[in-house]
Design a binder for this molecule. Structure first.
Ligand SMILES: Cc1ncc(COP(=O)(O)O)c(C=O)c1O
Length: 382
């Protein structure tokens, strides 16, 4: 099977992991802060907090921004369920904003319209989670100006987008978002097996997220509520979780990060070949916003005739090509429908979903593999 995405593990990566296994610390050792520091250097963000998944990262980001019961979190329907679930973990209500028809990212124009209506009803969101879908940055300039005007926080779900750039600056530098999060799941740009990261330029948010990933415990006397009992003292000052990343994972991430620019360049190379080879077929290849340099986590095409999607998908799968679909709109999931969200509410996300197929893209994809995918999709559409 040619998968839609997969990790690339080098002998260097294996050596880095084995080194940790042979060391004193499997967790809470030096590799996690070293990985955090390397991500700070790479992105330009002031503070990075490593966790055990992007889902955990989204959860502690929402908590740190004070999201609670009766608040509203808005996100895009064109995402993985985690971008919405993080709000539910905090007891908040979830609503969605439709996407742009070219980038498939949350649409600032639709957002503004919804904000205007919601302001009249006093139902403005506390947080908007926008997703850099497929690795391409959202229109963050517009999102930031709406956040300033209407007074909400912005979380950038950059699970797909480490290694990309927006207006020539690295994704994750938090120029626009209050908090950015990354995923290091194996299909993503770099991997720690499972893993995630939150980034911010706000020291207080970073401190809070550090506590929340580790039971709400602090060892910093300045944060303690009552006098320390002694040098062994730690105090739990709020409710937190065990969302810590291990040193084994961090060592893998640190080693992978050395090759991130190579990985992204290779993804661009593959995308360029697809763009050229598929341009005369009855499908839309991914539009690239000139403000963004995508990390190309995904290569989603949209068939002009969505009634052919199932047959084309099945043909590709039968040919051992592990195509996938990103994403089933979150508001159409049974759980969100049980909360009152309805099919038909976000027509652009739904019409995009009806025709889309994600073709394989990963750094080690060979020319032969890509030729085979191209030929098979050409045959399937002819
Ligand atoms: C946009 C988006 N957000 C969040 C997540 C959750 O990531 P993780 O598996 O690291 O928890 C994913 C995972 O696929 C994702 O694609």
């Amino acid at each position: 099977m040619i998968p839609y995405g997969k990790q690339h593990i080098s002998t260097e990566d294996i050596r880095a992991v084995v080194e940790v296994l042979n060391s004193e610390y499997l967790t809470q050792g030096p590799a996690v802060p070293a990985f955090e520091q390397a991500i700070e250097n790479y992105t330009g963000a002031k503070f990075a907090v490593a966790v055990n998944s992007a889902t955990s990262a989204l959860h502690i980001a929402c908590l740190a921004l004070g999201l609670t019961v009766d608040d509203w979190l808005w996100t895009t329907p064109n995402t993985f369920v985690a971008s919405a679930n993080c709000g539910r973990y905090c007891g908040a209500n979830i609503d969605f904003v439709d996407i742009q028809s070219d980038t498939y990212n949350l649409d600032p124009i639709a957002l503004k319209q919804k904000l205007e209506i919601s302001r009249r009803h006093n139902l403005l969101p506390k947080i908007v989670v926008a997703v850099d879908f497929a690795g391409q940055s959202c229109d963050w300039k517009s999102l930031r100006s709406l956040a300033n005007e209407y007074g909400f926080f912005l979380i950038e779900d950059a699970s797909h987008a480490i290694g990309g750039r927006y207006l020539a600056k690295p994704v994750g530098d938090c120029s626009y978002a209050d908090i950015t999060i990354f995923s290091f799941h194996p299909v993503k740009i770099i991997t720690t097996a499972e893993g995630g990261m939150t980034l911010t330029n706000d020291e207080l948010l970073a401190k809070k997220m550090r506590r929340l990933r580790s039971h709400g415990i602090t060892r910093d006397p300045a944060e303690m509520i009552k006098p320390a009992d002694g040098p062994w003292s730690y105090q739990q000052i709020e409710l937190g979780w065990n969302y810590r990343m291990t040193d084994i994972q961090a060592a893998l991430g640190l080693s992978q990060l050395k090759r991130i620019n190579e990985f992204v360049a290779q993804r661009h190379h593959i995308a360029k070949i697809y763009n050229e080879a598929l341009k005369n077929l009855p499908l839309t290849t991914p539009y690239q916003d000139p403000d963004a340099f995508s990390a190309y986590h995904l290569y989603p095409v949209v068939l002009h005739d969505p009634s052919k999607r199932l047959a084309v998908f099945n043909t590709l799968r039968a040919a051992n090509i592990g195509v996938n679909v990103h994403y089933i709109p979150v508001h159409t999931q049974p759980y969100y429908q049980s909360l009152g969200h309805k099919q038909g509410n976000y027509p652009i996300a739904e019409s995009y979903y009806a025709g889309t197929i994600s073709l394989p893209i990963y750094p080690q994809m060979t020319n032969d593999e890509q030729d085979y995918v191209i030929q098979t999709i050409k045959n399937a559409l002819s």
